[in-house]
Structures are given as C-alpha cells and as structure tokens.
Design a protein around this ligand. Structure first.
Ligand SMILES: Nc1ncnc2c1ncn2[C@@H]1O[C@H](COP(=O)(O)OP(=O)(O)O)[C@@H](O)[C@H]1O
Ligand SMILES: [Mg+2]
Length: 149
C-alpha cells in the first residue's frame, strides 16, 4: 500500500450553501496559493475551476435546501496543489454522463452544461466521486509550484 503523502501546507474550510460564498471560496483558494508564487494564468484557472465546483454544490447539490460546502486545499513539495470541494447534497446518478460537455439537468435555461468541461480544461487532473442521496466530491489537481512549470 502506498504511504499517504504529507502536504507541505493545507487548509480546511466550510460555509453554508449561499451563492455569496462562491466568491469567498475563490478568494480563499487564491490566498492559500499565494505562497507558491503562482502565475496569473494558473491562479485564474484555479479560481475558475473552484468557482464552477462550488456553484454546482450550491445550485445542483443542495438546490433550495440548506447545506454545507466543505473545501480543503493541500500543497505538496513537488508543486502540486490539490483542492477538494465536497457537498452532502443530492449526488449524481451518472457521473460520466454529467461530465459530458453540454449535459445539464437545469430547467431554467441559465446553465450551459459546461461546468465540468471547464473544470477539466483548467486542471491537470479532475476527479469526481458521487453517490445519489449522499453527495459529491470534486478534486482539482494542478501543478502550480515552480517544479510544476
Ligand atoms: N455537486 C453536484 N451535485 C449534484 N449534481 C451535480 C453536482 N455537480 C454537477 N451536477 C450535475 O451535473 C450536471 C452538469 O454540471 P455542469 O457541467 O457544471 O453543468 P451545469 O451546472 O451548467 O448544469 C448538472 O446539471 C447536474 O445535474
Ligand atoms: Mg455547473
């Protein structure tokens, strides 16, 4: 079994599923990464990917219900950043299908079904695990440290 790698730095945060917290979540991730001296482009990518994941937890995971969004960030000595966004909302029945570009269950016409495609494009690796009725976890992995460039 592989030994669990110890992060150089990490944070854990949680906030209620209120859309005002979308910008808060982008902000804490950007501040957390500042010590790695990331490029503007890497920072923008991460802010965008985090925003999409958090919006999904709020809009799709919890909908009109009250819930908590959990977010953690870790940095590793090789310059890798791992950000995890978790909700205990409705979950996704078919993750593979949900991740296809243009797929959306939104009926209002406000959403384009491109959230997962954007998260994928802006990270080096994207992992999504979900269980209907239990919730969803999105893991964004990106190399931003000097070794990752
Ligand atoms: N955290 C989540 N909880 C429940 N369902 C989700 C979650 N994230 C995504 N989904 C489902 O995956 C679909 C695709 O998500 P996304 O690509 O972001 O497109 P959009 O948000 O525009 O619908 C959503 O319409 C929704 O059905
Ligand atoms: Mg979305």
């Amino acid at each position: 079994m592989r030994k669990k790698e110890i992060p150089v730095n990490y944070f854990k945060a949680e906030f209620p599923s209120n859309s005002v917290n979308e910008s808060f979540s982008r902000g804490i991730c950007a501040s957390f990464l500042a010590s790695l001296d990331p490029t503007v482009s890497d920072l923008c990518d991460i802010r965008t990917a985090v925003s999409e994941a958090v919006t999904n937890s709020i809009v799709h995971g919890y909908g009109d219900a009250y819930g908590v969004v959990y977010i953690t960030g870790e940095t590793f000595s090789d310059g890798r950043v791992v950000i995890r966004i978790k909700d205990k909302g409705c979950g996704i029945a078919n993750v593979k299908e949900a991740m296809k570009p243009l797929f959306t269950t939104d009926k209002s016409g406000d959403r384009a079904g491109m959230g997962f495609a954007i998260m994928k494009a802006f990270s080096d690796r994207l992992k999504v695990t979900s269980r209907p009725g239990k919730g969803t976890t999105v893991t964004i992995i990106k190399n931003v440290g000097k070794n990752g460039r």
